[in-house]
Write a protein that binds this ligand. Structure first.
Ligand code: PLP
Length: 456
């Protein structure tokens, strides 16, 4: 790259190790430096405006300058900037937020544990599953079934549950007792002529077969995102979760819903579990819990799990798990205010109202020569590119077609995210308007045509 002297870009290259970045290539490309945000927009250091059509990382649900969240944080910082909830201590914001989450849970839940990220929440989930089964005298029941292309984070246990190659390669993952079953992507993996319902039946049968091969007495839990996000916005085929949960029930296996993306309105309902008929024993959430203004995540567990964990901690003398920042009062205060705003402004109804503009808008491109599948619901969607749609033949990864499209859209003032080399994901702030969604859709159209021309 050109000599940048002591510019911010060159200092970034010199000092920052970027997550989810080709670090070698970054030395050539440098960063796009984002300086400020307003509503659904962010602005780079040259002043260029972008619609953030992925809400950062599927998270800034209320956009980038919600004054009430800033005030909630400031007030809490002045009152009590930090306190913990270890060893019988508590704080008012924690009590209020835990109660609010339990009251809005998609199924009856009993207790909330707070952490700081989706990964930490899911690592907590793994530990709870193991603790629970030891406590009920089933120490052999330890295996956790996750899914190929599922995304659950990057800490050691969470990354193990994530079903994407780059999260395992050279990290010596997955760890023992975590394994992966079928990805439920109908368009990609269904047999010729197989309906969604038949595909779901086959996947549930495969799941049962796997459980029997492993030994049902060794299988503890199954974890799933209602919609797979980072794996490519993959929606469950019709009847999938009903059938999967029937199998889990038969073998006394816990159901875990990872609502880190779907939670808080993304699909138009408060929870993805409601959209897809999931009845979890354990639920993790994060991201839109605080509109991402401060880091916070939560794990909810039902009575069955909570009572056992409580009794076992009594036997051991303490529940030996917790982070310094579990229930950080400032993050919690911001989360509480976020949930109040969702309710007062009927944000989830807004999602339902505007979603067709995104979903129908993107589906206009379903017959574009580059497009294999357009999928999504609510305010989450993907455009999946294919060299040959009928044969489900993808482009050569070396061409990096989706990243090219992503780059074109960025030129047109819309930031999205390329999922691998084939798909582009959309998950805008939940406050986005129909007119702004039209701009996103227009940028996709322009980008697709430019990518098509580039490929010729
Ligand atoms: N689970 C899901 C479904 C996610 O999408 C993510 C992050 O994108 C995580 C867990 C991990 O969350 P975090 O990046 O906050 O650790």
């Amino acid at each position: 790259m050109t000599d940048l002297g002591n510019s911010p870009a060159s200092r970034d290259i010199a000092y920052v190790m970027h997550p989810y970045t080709n670090l070698k290539k970054h030395k050539e490309t440098g960063p796009l430096i984002i300086e400020r945000g307003e509503g659904v927009h962010v602005y780079d250091d040259s002043g260029k405006e972008y619609i953030e059509a992925l809400a950062g990382l599927w998270c800034t649900s209320l956009g980038f300058n919600e004054e009430r969240l800033i005030n909630a944080a400031t007030e809490q910082l002045r009152k009590l900037p930090y306190y913990h909830i270890f060893a019988h201590k508590s704080t008012m914001p924690v009590i209020d937020l835990a109660e609010r989450l339990i009251n809005m849970a998609p199924v009856p839940m009993s207790k909330v544990f707070f952490a700081n990220s989706g990964s930490e929440a899911n690592d907590t989930v793994v530990k709870l599953v193991w603790y629970y089964h030891n406590a009920i005298g089933k120490p052999g029941k330890k295996k956790i079934l996750a899914r190929i292309k599922g995304y659950h984070g990057v800490t050691v246990a969470a990354a193990s549950m994530t079903g994407l190659p780059a999260n395992h390669a050279d990290f010596d993952l997955p760890i023992a007792n975590i394994m992966h079953v079928d990805c439920p992507h109908h368009w990609m993996f269904a047999e010729a002529g197989e309906s969604e319902v038949d595909f779901a039946t086959r996947l549930a049968a495969n799941l049962e077969k796997r459980i029997l091969e492993e030994g049902p007495e060794t299988v503890a839990a199954f974890i799933a995102e209602p919609i797979m996000g980072a794996g490519g916005v993959i929606l469950p085929p019709e009847t999938y979760f009903e059938k999967v949960q029937a199998v889990l029930k038969k073998y006394d296996i816990l159901m875990i819903a990872d609502e880190v993306i779907c939670g808080f309105g993304r699909t138009g309902n408060p929870w993805g579990s409601q959209t897809f008929n999931i009845q979890p024993d354990i639920l993790s959430c994060a991201k839109a819990l605080s509109s991402a203004y401060l880091p916070i995540s939560a794990v909810m567990v039902n009575d069955k799990v909570a009572d056992v964990v409580s009794d076992n901690s009594g036997k051991i003398g303490t529940f030996g798990h917790g982070y310094t920042y579990t229930g950080h009062p400032v993050s919690v205060a911001v989360a509480l205010e976020t949930l109040k705003i969702y309710e007062e402004r009927k944000i989830f109804d807004h999602v339902k109202a505007v979603a067709p503009r995104l979903q129908d808008g993107l589906r206009k491109y379903a017959d574009h020569p580059l497009v294999g599948e357009v999928r999504g619901t609510g305010l989450i969607a993907a455009v999946h590119l294919a060299k040959d749609k009928e044969k489900r033949e993808m482009f050569d990864p070396a061409l990096a077609v989706a990243p090219y499209l992503y780059g074109r859209m960025q030129e047109h003032g819309v930031i999205t995210r390329a999922i691998g080399t084939d798909a582009i994901a959309f998950s805008p702030p939940l406050i986005i308007t129909e007119a702004q969604l039209d701009k996103v859709v227009d940028a996709v159209g322009k980008g697709l045509d430019e990518t098509y021309a580039w490929l010729k």
